[in-house]
Design a protein. Structure first.
Length: 238
């Protein structure tokens, strides 16, 4: 597609979004920045944007093939994704297949406890309030979504989890948990946006149990980029 990139319309902690000469399409540029703790810990890792863009694109394609609507159109160049423009809903929708991370700090679950069915948790995407956990009543009172929309987001998320979990397991990766974000497209459909990458998921190597995601950075361990590169090669391997 012949696209002209216009001005910057949104800049997040790891991605920039640009308008284009097509009013319903944007270009998402994945930067090399990596942050944790509401942006308090920061670094830049060469090629991180590139790897996150190819991993997200592949996983969006896998989801599209199962009939799940995503904003992804195509990768136009290294680290740059042409996407349908969405009006984002400020919800961080987290799915947990295995107990890890903040869940263990907040509740008396056992480390690595398996959840079947998975736990779906929704947090309010709001750095100033440190992304607090929501329930349906609070989400509705904050006008984040209606009850019907929340139910629909939950249903789509369960399907996304099933699809990604099976796909990644076949590639040797245990999908421990992940965070996704949704938005409305120009027809008011609820569509998966943002990214699905090692920045936003916990991936554990099924054979070695190695951590292959941003937890390495959060915990100050080395080998962050090697892990992202490994995920890319595992999932892109035909
Ligand atoms: P948590 O256990 O720290 O709450 O994280 C749950 C999942 O959400 C994990 O896969 C990492 C992801 N995540 C984000 O994508 N962004 C965030 O800001 C946080 C805190 C977690
Ligand atoms: N995304 C959050 C931040 O950049 C935190 C995290 O992913 O742990 O601060």
């Amino acid at each position: 597609m012949n696209i002209k990139v216009g001005k910057l319309i949104y800049s997040g902690k790891a991605k920039d979004v640009y308008e284009t000469d097509h009013s319903d399409k944007v270009v998402v540029k994945f930067r090399d920045d990596i942050t944790a703790g509401d942006g308090e810990k920061k670094d830049s890792l060469q090629l991180k944007g590139y790897y996150n863009s190819i991993i997200s694109s592949k996983l969006f394609e896998v989801l599209e093939a199962e009939g799940i609507k995503t904003q992804f159109i195509e990768l136009i160049k290294s680290g740059e994704m042409l996407s349908n423009k969405l009006e984002m809903i400020p919800l961080e929708v987290i799915t947990r297949n295995v107990a890890a991370g903040s869940l263990l700090r907040k509740f008396p679950f056992e480390d690595k406890q398996v959840f079947e069915p998975p736990i779906i948790q929704m947090d309010y995407k709001n750095d100033a309030f440190h992304d607090p956990m929501l329930n349906d009543d609070i989400s509705i009172a904050l006008n984040l979504a209606t009850k019907e929309e929340l139910d629909s987001i939950r249903e789509i998320t369960l399907k996304i989890n099933k699809t990604l979990k099976e796909f990644l397991a076949n590639k040797g990766i245990n999908l421990v948990d992940f965070k996704i974000e949704f938005g409305y497209d120009k027809n008011q459909n609820i569509v998966l946006g943002d990214e699905v990458s090692p920045d936003t998921c916990r991936y554990w190597d099924i054979e070695t149990c190695d951590v292959l995601d941003k937890d390495l950075f959060r915990k100050g361990e080395c080998g962050v980029m090697d892990a992202y590169k490994k995920v890319a090669s595992m999932i892109l391997d035909p």
